[in-house]
Design a protein around this ligand. Structure first.
Ligand SMILES: Cc1cc2nc3c(=O)[nH]c(=O)nc-3n(C[C@H](O)[C@H](O)[C@H](O)COP(=O)(O)OP(=O)(O)OC[C@H]3O[C@@H](n4cnc5c(N)ncnc54)[C@H](O)[C@@H]3O)c2cc1C
Length: 502
């Protein structure tokens, strides 16, 4: 840590601890290295790197943002096999990035962080790891993901089921589906990918739906070798594909969702497309009716698929919309008393965000301020989706108002930019401690709150969407309601007096 003068009274073991070895944690690590902070450790709960793309291995897993866009802009991969690459390729890409940027040697796997406390006297963080070990570091960077804590439904009798129960985020390769009677609970983004694959194998498939999802066509195809070679030899061609794709996503997600008041027609256009797709794909009008969401497009992250909806035309696939009353040792009983015998139960029930993941472990800042209770008793908030007052030297990458809603790499790279400006200023001042001011934080929160007044979340009909964009208080506190280019610009130009330095 040569360039940074150590004004603190004690020397911690590391410059930085990063929690989480997904793309977020790896992006932060690359940025720390660029900033000359090379003495850091990445603590990861799982047995390998990749986060989402290490943990999720269910059949049909693929990105739902085109691969030209879903990757680091500074590390393009010309060899994606499809426009929407399968999950295994993302896992390989994560391995490639870790190797190229020398990140593996910093990683410690099977290491669960249980808490972190700011040490006022020493001006560093003490990180508590399961098993009793403590690790000290000047900076703490949390990259624990939004979608990293699987949710298992609390259904009466589920523990009595005698067949196999598999959560999509904990896929078991020994799970035999061929010729079996299978139930899938959930119809979110994961289910949209999983259900067509299960239908190919199962003898009978019953899909239990609580909330239908908007599905639009997926413009997916194999990327031929000559195109891959072109991307490799003339990188500007792949950059152009990325730009076009990002512009389309921006129109759907940012303009149509966040500027709903001004550009409702974009949102309505996307909804009409999804309705036409449903009409084309599903023959039975009653099934079609039950697959039609009653909330506005964009209240929940929309999905893309050419397979999902038409799976419900198959004679051995049934859509069940009556609520589940209980699970029995060999079947599921719905609230109207009907019983469906099953052999395998697949849970596509998603992830716990707001109750478990904000934050993913206990973080205690200045004056004993507990981040989880502070967020819950005041409001979920983070300056630029990165830092909070009362939590010096903490970079919280999965924060309220941090996610652009587009490719997650947009968020990661804007946060890397924020780090560059912040740590650059620390170095210029020869300081080691930063803390966002209450004023900057409050102004940012007021600004995003005001902007959200124009969004579909406030003006549309979102009550029945059960969307993870909304927290437990009904606030849409996940997405940052500013255009992507403005977010990137601000990450590189935020006022330096938004922070205090010591
Ligand atoms: C099935 C699925 C498909 C997705 N597809 C897309 C897509 O197409 N496009 C898109 O933009 N986004 C997609 N996402 C969102 C995806 O999570 C992000 O794009 C991105 O991978 C998040 O990276 P991350 O590093 O922030 O979090 P993660 O990848 O979730 O990594 C967080 C890491 O932190 C670790 N961790 C958590 N708590 C602790 C702890 N207490 N101690 C130690 N380690 C801990 C976890 O084990 C995990 O490895 C998808 C998510 C899922 C689940």
């Amino acid at each position: 840590m040569q360039q940074y003068r150590n004004t603190a009274t004690a020397t911690p073991r590391y410059d930085a601890v990063i929690v989480g070895a997904g793309f977020g944690g790896m992006g932060a690590a690359i940025q720390l290295k660029r900033l000359g902070l090379d003495d850091f450790v990445i603590l990861e709960r799982e047995g390998d790197l990749g986060g989402t793309w290490h943990v999720n291995r269910y059949p049909g897993l693929a990105v739902d943002i085109a691969s030209f866009t879903y990757s680091y802009s500074f590390e393009p991969n010309p060899y994606w096999s499809r426009v929407f690459a399968p999950g295994a390729e993302l896992k390989r890409y994560a391995g490639h990035v870790a190797h190229k940027y020398g990140l593996r040697r910093h990683m410690r796997f099977s290491t669960v962080v249980e808490g972190a406390r700011w040490d006022e006297a020493g001006q560093y963080w003490t990180v508590h790891v399961r098993g009793g070990e403590t690790i000290t570091a000047r900076y703490l960077l949390t990259a624990t993901g939004f979608l990293s804590q699987p949710r298992t439904p609390d259904i009466d009798g589920i523990e009595t089921f005698r067949g196999m129960i598999v959560h999509s985020a904990d896929w078991d390769d020994s799970c035999e589906l061929a010729g079996r009677r299978v139930a899938v609970i959930g119809t979110g983004a994961t289910a949209v990918q999983l259900i067509p694959e299960v239908a190919r194998e199962a003898a009978e498939l019953t899909v239990y739906q609580r909330t239908p999802i908007w599905v639009t066509p997926k413009l997916d195809w194999r990327i031929p070798r000559p195109v891959q070679r072109l991307f490799a030899r003339v990188p500007v061609t792949q950059r152009a594909a990325r730009m076009v794709n990002s512009a389309v996503l921006e129109a759907i997600m940012v303009v149509g969702v966040l500027h709903y008041r001004q550009a409702r027609f974009t949102n309505k256009g996307a909804e009409l497309l999804a309705r036409a797709h449903l009409r084309r794909q599903v023959k039975d009008p009653e099934v079609r009716r039950r697959l039609t969401p009653d909330y506005s497009f964009g209240c929940k992250r929309p999905t893309f698929s050419n397979e999902y909806l038409r799976t419900f035309n198959l004679p051995h696939v049934r859509l069940e919309t009556t609520p589940i009353a209980r699970v029995e040792p060999d079947g599921i009983v719905t609230a109207d008393g009907r019983r469906t015998a099953i052999d395998v139960l697949l849970l596509a029930t998603g992830f716990d965000l707001w109750d478990v993941n904000f934050p993913a472990f206990q973080i205690t800042g200045r004056d004993g301020r507990d981040l989880g209770s502070w967020w819950r008793t005041t409001r979920f908030q983070a300056y630029q989706g990165v830092t909070m007052p009362g939590f010096p030297n903490l970079i919280s990458l999965n924060s309220p108002y941090s996610y652009s809603g587009l490719s997650y790499f947009t968020t990661i790279e804007s946060q890397m930019r924020h780090m560059k400006r912040l740590f650059g200023e620390l170095r210029r001042r020869r300081a080691t401690t930063f803390e966002v001011t209450r004023r900057a934080n409050d102004e940012f929160l007021d600004r995003v709150t005001a902007r959200l007044a124009d969004s579909v979340f406030v003006l549309g009909a979102c009550a029945s969407a059960r969307s993870y964009y909304f927290n437990q208080h009904g606030e849409p506190a996940l997405l940052r309601p500013t255009p992507t280019l403005a977010t990137l610009r601000e990450a590189g130009r935020f006022p330096l007096d938004a922070y205090t330095y010591a």
